[in-house]
Structures are given as structure tokens and as C-alpha cells.
Design a protein around this ligand. Sequence first.
Ligand code: GKR
Ligand code: MG
Length: 430
Amino acid sequence: MTSHAIRHVRVTPIAFRDPPLLNAAGIHEPWALRSIIEIETDSGLIGINESYGDLPMLDALAQAAPALTGLSPWALNEMETRVAALVAPKQTTASEFLGTQISLAPGTHVSKTVAKVISAFEVAMMDLQGQLANAPVVDLLGGAARPAVPFSAYLFFKYAEHIDQPYAPDPWGEALTPEQLVAQARRMIDQYGFKSIKLKAGALPPEQEVAGLLALAQAFPGAPLRIDPNGNWSVPTSLQVVEQLRGVLEYYEDPAPGLDGMAAVAKACEVPLATNMVVTDLKEFRRNAEMGCPVKIVLSDHHYWGGLRATQRLALMCETFGLGLSMHSNSHLGISLMAMTHLAASVPQLSYACDTHYPWQDDEVVQGGRLRFEDGSLRVTTTPGLGVRIDREALARLHDNYLNTSIRNRDDLAQMRRYDPSFTGRQPRY
Ligand code: GKR
Ligand code: MG
């Protein structure tokens, strides 16, 4: 009988072009890093995934990879147990004190690294499961609640060029004024058909960002609008901004730092607060609930919430506590975007269009090139597994980019200091 046991895990770090996008931490570097994960079975099947590509993540993936050898692609719970045992940081326990090394039991220590590695392997294993069962991943998650997933136009203030532009400048140009921002939105909406708009804020003085959002509201009447300064505004500034944006926002994403800051804003503002910064694991979810849910919308991310199934469990908890659910994103390519799409299609409670950085990338690692949006949505694939396969030539090219750049960890702050040596990155800045 053919064995589908896992034989090998291959992790390939890649780097792809990323524009000079401004945010609270500083500015994007010219290369964004990701890892491409391939899990191969004895029978020669290959399950794929895309995750973070910074050095600690690559180290954690390498540390955990042996846990998969010999495992069935269906054994997700066993994979989680083994990964948690291998990757969890050690604690000084009584038995360790007495000289015995013990691994922490899963569940007793849930670090983000464990959740990230579990997610990285889970998606690739589910891609394998789909190939074995001849079913798309969305069917393994219970079937599609919607045939296509709506995404939002994710706008950034940006410079026209990087400080040491290593390749031809991106076609989006500069966006620092309300007029340039509206032009960026128009271009993105014309090209992709997005219906909702999110503005990444926390980069320019708040009055300039408010002017930008008001210009968007005027240019796109009726479009749901969000603003996200990544916790870079004090509570008084957050309240001032939301007052200036009265009647304009669909939700208010991470205005002030920390759950306490968010709770102080929530007390005095009617617009629901959303986060991908202060409710990022079960412990924080519990604290938000104990505080009476100042945060009303959780912007999930399967890459660090522990995978597709863990995010489905999060969806149920959001429903239980009357919270909304959507997804945020990072600079990513098609495998990550497609995994998000299968997950989002399977979640009946998804209440808002998801974020994606995808329009900011022009590289791709999947066969057939860039994924195509229809009317602002991405159709969930119906072929086995994730429905995307790796383009080997593209992977080799993107890996070469990685070998040729010295970037090994994303550092928007250090990059901004190259433009402005006095930039401190102190938060909240305003
Ligand atoms: O790429 O600059 C960025 C974003 O700020 C990203 O890092 C955030 O994680 O998009 C994310 C968000 O919604 O906060
Ligand atoms: Mg955010």
C-alpha cells in the first residue's frame, strides 16, 4: 500500500519587492521576507504554504521540522503536540532545577512562535489532505459559506522611491497629500474593484491623515472606511480624530496603544474599535472579555493565531461574545492570500471585507502568476488542496533575491532612520 507519511520538510526563504510604505514603525524596506514551506510525503505528494521569513521564524521552522517525519498528513493534533514540545521555550521548573530537562506540555505555554510554526505546517498538511481527499481546503474546513471573499483597498501614505532604490521605482508614485491618496485609491479600486477602503495611518501628523480620510469619504461616497494608526495616537488624540471623522468610519482600528488605551477610547467613542494588536491570542481575548469587550472587532490572522482551525475556533468565540471578525494582513504573496481566502470562505461569521497587501506586490511565487480579483473579491479555488502550486522558476528567483539582500529581519524603524536620523519611533507619537 502507498505510504503518505511525511518524509521531508523544505523551507525556502524568499525576498520580493516592497514599496516604500509609511507606517507607525517607520517605512517598509525594499525587500519583504517570507518563507515557502513544502511538506513532502513518501508517495511524492507536496503540500505547500507561505509564512513569515524573518530569521527567528526560519530557526523555529528548522527546529520543528523533524517533528513531522513519519507523521500522517491527517495527524494535525499530533503535529501540534510535537511542535509545541520542540519549539516552546524552556521554563525553569522544579524538575529542571533538580537537573531533569523537560519539554513543556502543549497548552501550558502558548507562545506566538509555537502558534506561528503550527500554522505554517497545518496549512501545508491541509494542502496535502486536500490532494489525498480530492477536495479543496475550504471543504476540509466545513465547506464554503461564500464562493468568493471580499477584500478592501488597503491604502498607504508612501514615498515615490526607496532611499537606495535597488530596482525600477513602483508605478504608484508618491502619496503624501489628500489628492495623491485619492488618486492611489482610484487606481487600486479601478484595478481590483474593492468596495471598502482602509487607510494605514500613524505615519504623518494626524491632521494630515484626517484630511486624507475626509477626501476619500468625499471621493467615494458610501464606501465603508477604516483608519489604522497601529496604536500611534494617545487617547486624547484618538478621541480628537474620531470626532473629526464623525459619521465617516465603519470601524476604528487600533487608535491607541494597549488594551487599556483602547478601553479608554471605547468609553468615549461610538465607533466600534477593531484590532490586530491587542487581541492576538486567547489570553488577550479573555482579558478583553473580562473588561466588557472594549474591542468589538477582532482582525484575525491565521499565520499567528495557530492556523486555519484555530481561527475557526476564534470565529466561534467572537460569535459567543457578540464580536465582529475579519482579517488583517502583511506583505504577502499568493499562497498566503489563498490560504486566507479558503479560511475566510469557510467562516459564516466573517463580518467585514478582509485586508490584503497584495496590490502592493508585483512578484508572485505561484504558477499562472498574479491572482485575479473580481469586483473586489477573490474566488475560493475548487481544485484539490489550496488550489495553487509553486512556480519553481519564480521560487528560485525569489530565493536569489533573498540571498542577495542583507535584510534578515523586518526593521521599519531602522529603515526610517536612514531617511531621518532623528526619527525615534517613540509610540504613541501624537
Ligand atoms: O505593513 O505596514 C504594514 C502594516 O502596518 C502591517 O505591518 C500591519 O501588521 O497591516 C497590519 C495592520 O493592520 O496593522
Ligand atoms: Mg491593523
